[in-house]
Design a protein around this ligand. Structure first.
Ligand SMILES: Cc1cc2nc3c(=O)[nH]c(=O)nc-3n(C[C@H](O)[C@H](O)[C@H](O)COP(=O)(O)OP(=O)(O)OC[C@H]3O[C@@H](n4cnc5c(N)ncnc54)[C@H](O)[C@@H]3O)c2cc1C
Length: 506
């Protein structure tokens, strides 16, 4: 790292998961070089307190900080996550559910067969093309096993976690303050902006003034600095991501061990998440206020969970979109202040991590030049758009048409050129993997993820147009695939035993 490029002082506004993740990363990378990191949060305002599922990148975050699973998981009621099970997104027979796996090295043996079969079926050949029999994480989820490869089966796995957002925030605060981050409880009432649109200070309602070289806006949907003080425009994604509200409630843990996947069940105007923790289940109905109202959504959630009428729920509003630029002058926006892509793939913390790491790299490499700003903002914008395309595809490619919500979500034409090209390749029997490579979008979601979604819904010719495979098609023995995946899964520990071991070691 080139010395001297990093800011001497950083003030982070916001003590939600985003703020504390950033505080830890800045302290880790720049604390030793003399940067002072201060985090300000308001105990009067509090945090949003949802956001309990992650992508595999959260493991990278803890690895970077040198924090073992035994140290943080039991403290945060955390469980392992091998992927997401989607239920009810397709009315096509045989496609009532499918699993989006976080990839493991074992899957590289069966992925070519899956790709081959999906392409053959897209051209009307009768071969097995539902993803669920092909991949190890799906089997681990169905058998409730932790994705921890034992020494006698040394295949790499990638996995995410489920966790209690409040406990994770408290844990990250403890680590950060122990490592030298200053923590201040204050209500920021105004932001002092200099003539050149640089932030000079945050000013608390009791008159305290906080100055720094760099200000990080992690103030949640309020976006106090980036939008409130700097007026950076917000670009809404409502034209093709309709959901703007959520209603949430926890339920007690069922008698069996907590599962190792998130479940996303499609409902009349959105979808309901099921996130198993070690002490409770997190549930939430993410819906569009254009198609249902809060009372009806709450009733639909209660009915889904078997709760009595009037059982307590919490309502949340979501602002889906992103600020045009995340890095403006001496302000970096992260977390909900930066943008939000609805929680379907649990990508928010992943973007926080990518933003802060990319920012640190940019500053280390190029200081704070206008070119560094532009390249960084362009990178972040592309990441949002890439992930957005993947989430939009979940709705647009779904095969459900029982309500106005689903008819509109599956019938609109608000698609990026990139997504249009993917659909064209898929529905014309083309090489989708080649299309992903051409577009260079593999960094956001892999070809495997896209294939699982499109095939999982059953986006193939109608059954009436499916014909026997013919001599030109290679036939894979699916019983052999089942035996292989099942045999591999047997090497992995039961989820509950793995959680018990972590607890004992803590
Ligand atoms: C319904 C829903 C489900 C979600 N599910 C997931 C998921 O599964 N996975 C995932 O990764 N993400 C998910 N998210 C997103 C996730 O909740 C957030 O990314 C995460 O919690 C980080 O939020 P934050 O830190 O940006 O904001 P917040 O938690 O809202 O924190 C904002 C902070 O700013 C402080 N603050 C604000 N204004 C002031 C002020 N004037 N003075 C002082 N302090 C101030 C507050 O006190 C607070 O500390 C979900 C979001 C929603 C809405």
């Amino acid at each position: 790292m080139s010395a001297g490029r990093q800011p001497r002082s950083i003030v982070i506004l916001g003590g939600g998961t985003a703020g504390w993740m950033a505080a830890n990363l800045f302290q880790h990378h720049w604390g030793k070089l003399g940067t002072r990191v201060t985090l300000i949060e308001s105990s009067d305002i509090g945090i949003i307190g949802v956001g309990e599922g992650s992508t595999p990148q959260l493991k990278h975050f803890f690895d970077t900080l040198g924090i073992a699973e035994g140290e943080w998981m039991p403290r945060c009621s955390a469980t392992y996550k091998t992927g997401i099970e989607f239920l009810g997104w397709s009315e096509r027979p045989g496609h009532g559910s499918y699993f989006h796996p976080f990839p493991t090295a074992v899957d590289s043996f069966t992925a070519p067969q899956f790709f081959y079969n999906t392409r053959a079926r897209r051209t009307g050949r009768d071969v097995w093309a539902h993803p669920d029999r092909f991949f190890l994480p799906t089997a681990l989820a169905h058998q409730c096993r932790a994705p921890l490869a034992p020494p006698n089966f040394p295949f790499l796995t990638s996995y995410g976690y489920h966790f209690d957002a409040h406990l994770l925030g408290a844990f990250l605060r403890e680590v950060a303050t122990r490592r030298g981050v200053e923590h201040v409880d204050a209500n920021i009432a105004s932001v002092a902006v200099g003539a050149n649109a640089e932030i000079e200070a945050l000013v608390a309602d009791d008159g305290r003034r906080f100055e720094a070289d760099l200000f990080v806006d992690a103030s949640g949907f309020r976006a106090v600095i980036i939008e409130g003080a700097l007026g950076e425009p917000h670009r809404g994604f409502g034209e093709n991501l309709f959901n703007d509200r959520a209603v949430v409630t926890p339920t007690p843990l069922p008698a069996e061990a907590p599962g190792v996947c998130t479940r996303a069940t499609a409902k009349s105007a959105g979808w309901i998440w099921h996130i198993p923790l070690t002490n409770r289940v997190g549930n939430g109905y993410v819906y569009s206020s254009r198609y249902t109202d809060p009372d009806a959504a709450a009733d639909e959630l209660r009915a889904h969970l078997g709760l009595p009428a009037g059982a307590e729920v919490r309502h949340l509003q979501m602002r889906v979109g992103r600020v045009e630029r995340s890095w403006v002058g001496n302000c970096l926006a992260i977390g909900l202040a930066q943008g939000f892509l609805e929680p379907l793939e649990a990508t928010a913390l992943h973007i926080v991590l990518a933003t802060v790491e990319s920012f640190i790299k940019a500053v280390d490499a190029d200081g704070q030049s206008p070119e560094a700003h532009d390249a960084f903002n362009d990178r972040i914008a592309r990441r949002y758009e890439g992930i957005r395309d993947y989430i939009v595809c979940h709705y647009r490619a779904a095969l459900r048409s029982d309500t106005d919500y689903w008819r509109d979500a599956t019938g609109h034409d608000e698609l990026s050129d990139s997504l249009k090209d993917i659909f064209t390749a898929w529905f014309t029997g083309g090489d989708v993997a080649e299309e992903f490579a051409r577009q260079d979008i593999g960094g956001y979601y892999s070809a495997l993820s896209w294939h699982c979604m499109l095939a999982g819904y059953g986006n193939f010719p109608d059954d009436g147009r499916i014909r026997p495979p013919g001599d030109d098609i290679e036939i894979f023995d699916m019983d052999e695939v089942d035996r292989f995946i099942h045999g591999c899964a047997l090497n992995f520990p039961a989820h509950q035993s793995a959680l018990n071991l972590l607890k004992e070691a803590a």
